[in-house]
Ligand binder design. Sequence first.
Ligand code: 4NP
Length: 155
Amino acid sequence: MKTRVLMVCLGNICRSPLAEGILKSKVNPTKVFVDSAGTGSWHIGSEPDKRSIATAKRYNLDITDQRGRQFSEQDFEDFDHIFVMDNSNFKDVMSMASSDEHRQKVHLILEEIFPSENVDVPDPYHGGEQGFENVYQMLDEACELIAEKLNNGTL
Ligand code: 4NP
């Protein structure tokens, strides 16, 4: 059975598609399934934001085949680990959980780098290119640690 990891942000066009692409590039696809979703519904069926696509491309990642989808309660059943990008996503996802088993699956992704510091991956949607590069760097570091744990069986 594959371990199933879900990356969640608000729109599923900027941050979580990058997180999905980055983690996929660091794990064995026969052992780990990675997907992403947004808590909002605006971008269902959309490609990732052009700036996320361009940022990924600079690091040789192709995320153009991803399409936006909305997070649903079923995801608590379908995934083993749910990584949210910020505290607002955390609140929204936790409000849909109906058991402790579900709640225990949800973690702020930057807890991997800064345990217990409640750090957000900032939403780059209304900013410039540099915001996307910044997001990429944070997610790359966090996904490196997540991939190590997946590979050595501690996650
Ligand atoms: P994301 O960024 O949550 O990183 O995908 C956003 C993209 C779109 C919107 C908000 C955040 N929006 O309001 O449309």
